[in-house]
Design a protein around this ligand. Sequence first.
Ligand code: AMP
Ligand code: ZN
Length: 471
Amino acid sequence: MELTNTLTMKKEAFAPHEPGKVKMYTCGPTVYHFAHIGNLRSYLMEDVLEKFLRYEGYEVDRVMNITDVGHLSSDADTGEDKMLKGAKREHKTVMEIAQFYTDAFFSDCEKLNIRKPDTVVPATSRIEDFIEMVGKLLEKGYAYQAGGNVYFDTSKLEKYYVFGNQNSEDLAVGVRDSVDADDNKRNKTDFVLWFTKSKFDDQELKWESPWGLGYPGWHIECSAISVRELGEYLDIHCGGIDNAFPHHTNEIAQSEAYLGHPWCKYWFHVLHLVDAGGKMSKSRGEFLTVSLLEEKGYDPLVYRFFCLQSHYRKPLTFSFDTLDNAAQAYQKLVSRIAALSKDGEPDLESAQPFREKFSQALGNDLNTSLGITVLYDLLKSNLSDATKRWLIADFDQVLSLNLLEAADKSAPQAPALSDEETAEIEALLQKRAEARKNKDWPAADAIRDELAARHVVMKDTPNGVEWHIEK
Ligand code: AMP
Ligand code: ZN
């Protein structure tokens, strides 16, 4: 399998540290508000990656954090904690907000068939680990205390900018982010590991630490949770592209300084969902959620289908027109599948070339739209219906579009018969069999016509006549 690795900005052959086993970490949501469908694009494509790895036979251990403290309004170290902002907005406590939006997030994920990671860790449950990591960074000389906070000293690193696409332009962006320059920082790229002094004194959640009562910076949580749960060597770290800098850059700085060796092999970043106004974000007032799509009558899986039709390394433009196109295409696909007969056994040998094509498509940097083309190709092929259905179920382990379920639901149902009607049909069939035995062809034909008028479909089998009502 090949994946684009943001570390090198190249497509690279994927080889985990331990053959057959993948350790995968995902930056989870900041639970101060609903996830918008842009956030969910990232989680959806990460879900496809995880499922494809499993499809290919890897054992995947996946961990996600829940950011319920420390993520400030700006991705740099300025502004109010997003959680506190959410709590104030809704006149609730931070923990109430966290619980509500964590549940809302996983409910959205369920609607989009995004599998919940094996391990989900709220940041506030690991404060001791963060304190331990910050302590070790101080001990090793990678951190310093100033003005009541603990900072990471980026000048102590051989290389701070690790991602291939980062240059001094990015640095400018990072600095522009910090509206108020922090005079405590020795270098402008330094970042906070532990806060005790913030302009916002009403921070609700604070913990005792060797550096005073305070709270962790956002970046430390992902490093500490990942190292604790997945060990010193990580295979894949995922997130939306906006997380590459400063969040992931800082995670690498901390983790490698702490561990003393390279940490994560592959950085999987999903590009943004944009709309006519630009990048979708929660700060832009009204934003699109899964519930809003449902209110407008869309099946959430249509949004999944929409996302799978484009490549994760390209920005995706959202509009209701393009979503409508996806809805129509999904419905058509489901109808074609509904027309397949459920009878017979699949021929696994003739299925194999399609399975290989699907695997090649997804294995080529997760080309999901090509994977869907293979699905259309197999529907057009001369494979038996049973084999087609078998392959659709197989591909859907990765695509998770509920294709067979939706088809079976949309297939017209035979009308239910009362016991009395069933008995009448059985009696007619019996009479027809007797007429045929007596070679009374006119009587047999008359009964056949009557059965046809009642929409009875008959099939002669070695065990007698099988019948059902036409759909
Ligand atoms: P947050 O809840 O703000 O921490 O973001 C959750 C995830 O969504 C992160 O991985 C972000 O990088 C990602 N993300 C944010 N905005 C977008 C967007 N417009 N399109 C795709 N992913 C996004
Ligand atoms: Zn993170």
